[in-house]
Design a protein around this ligand. Structure first.
Ligand SMILES: CC(C)(COP(=O)(O)OP(=O)(O)OC[C@H]1O[C@@H](n2cnc3c(N)ncnc32)[C@H](O)[C@@H]1OP(=O)(O)O)[C@@H](O)C(=O)NCCC(=O)NCCS
Length: 252
C-alpha cells in the first residue's frame, strides 16, 4: 500500500541533459568550478543553507528558507524537474543556484545564493544557470524574479530582462521577468565567462567534497540591526522599544 502511494506522490523527472562543468578565475585570482550537484549530495548543501535562515540582511533569510525547502523537496523526490548547480572555490561552497524545466521550451529560474560576498560569484552562478537553460536544455525563455534589490540589479538591470507581468512566477506568485535567447546572446560576451573542460585537478577537488564556506554571511549580533539599518538609521524606534520594555519613557 505505502509503496503504491509513493508511486503517486513521487514525480517522475523528465530526463535533462547534464550541465557540463566549467571553471574561471575570480577577481581575487582564485579558481572556481561550477558543476552540477547530484541528488545524494543535497544534504551537504542543506547544512550550509540553514544558518542563512537567520540572516535578515539582503533578504538572505527569505531566499535561504525557499532554497532549503526546494532542495529538501528535491532530495525527498517532491519537486518536479529541478536541477542544482554549485560554485566551489578550492572545494569550498561559494554559491548555489537552482531552477527547473517547465516545458521543453520554458525554464523557471528558482534561486541564486552567494556564500562568499564581494567577488561576483553569485553573478557568475546565475550566468551559468542561464547558460544551462538556453544552451544545454534548449529553452527559448527563462522566467525570473528577484527577492532582493541586489538580485534586481544583477538580473533585471544587467541582463535588461523583459517584463512578463501577466505570468505569476512560481516563487510567491509575483509578476515574472524573462530572459530570452536573444537577451542572453547579447549578454554573452560581457556577463558569461568560464572555460571547459575543467582541468582534472580542479574538478577532482570539487567533486571530492563540498567543503564548508569559509566566510559565509552571518546574522548581526543584534537581530534587528538589519531592519534598523533599512528603515530607521538612527535606531530611534528600537531604542524607544527597549526603554519601554525597561519601564522608561521614550523621551527620557
Ligand atoms: C544576489 C546575490 C546572489 C549576488 O551575489 P554576487 O554577485 O556574488 O554579489 P554580492 O552579493 O557579493 O555583492 C553585491 C554587492 O553588494 C556589495 N556587498 C554587500 N555585502 C558585501 C560584503 N560582505 N562583502 C563585499 N561586498 C559586499 C558588493 O560590493 C556588491 O556591489 P556591486 O553590485 O556594486 O558589485 C547575493 O547578494 C545573494 O546571495 N543575496 C542573498 C540572496 C538573494 O537575494 N539572491 C537573489 C535572489 S533574486
Amino acid at each position: 500500500m505505502s509503496v503504491d502511494l509513493e508511486k503517486i506522490l513521487r514525480p517522475v523527472d523528465t530526463p535533462m541533459k547534464p550541465y557540463e562543468p566549467k571553471y574561471m578565475l575570480l577577481a581575487s585570482g582564485e579558481a572556481v568550478v561550477v558543476r552540477q550537484v547530484e541528488r545524494d549530495e543535497i544534504p551537504d548543501l542543506l547544512k550550509h543553507v540553514e544558518p542563512l535562515l537567520h540572516v535578515e540582511r539582503d533578504f538572505y533569510d527569505v531566499v535561504a528558507a525557499r532554497v532549503y525547502s526546494e532542495l529538501l523537496a528535491h532530495y525527498r523526490h517532491r519537486y518536479q524537474d529541478q536541477y542544482v548547480l554549485a560554485v566551489q572555490i578550492d572545494g569550498e561552497l561559494a554559491a548555489i543556484v537552482n531552477g527547473r524545466q517547465v516545458t521543453p521550451k520554458l525554464g523557471m529560474s528558482l534561486h541564486t545564493l552567494a556564500l562568499r560576498r564581494g567577488l561576483r560569484v553569485g553573478a557568475h552562478a546565475f550566468a551559468a544557470k542561464m547558460e544551462y537553460h538556453i544552451d544545454t536544455l534548449g529553452h527559448d525563455e527563462v522566467l525570473i524574479v528577484a527577492e532582493s534589490p541586489i538580485g534586481f540589479r544583477r538580473w533585471m538591470i544587467e541582463y535588461k530582462l523583459e517584463k512578463r507581468f501577466d505570468i505569476p512566477h512560481e516563487l510567491g506568485g509575483v509578476p515574472s521577468w524573462a530572459l530570452t535567447r536573444e537577451l542572453f546572446d547579447r549578454a554573452r560576451s560581457s556577463l558569461v565567462v568560464g572555460r571547459r573542460p575543467v582541468p582534472d585537478e580542479l574538478l577532482d577537488k570539487a567533486m571530492a567534497a563540498i567543503l564548508p564556506p569559509s566566510d559565509p554571511p552571518t546574522p548581526p549580533l543584534d537581530p534587528l540591526a538589519a531592519t534598523r539599518s533599512m528603515y530607521d538609521p538612527t535606531a530611534t524606534s528600537l531604542m524607544a522599544q527597549r526603554w519601554e520594555m525597561e519601564g522608561r519613557s521614550a523621551d527620557a
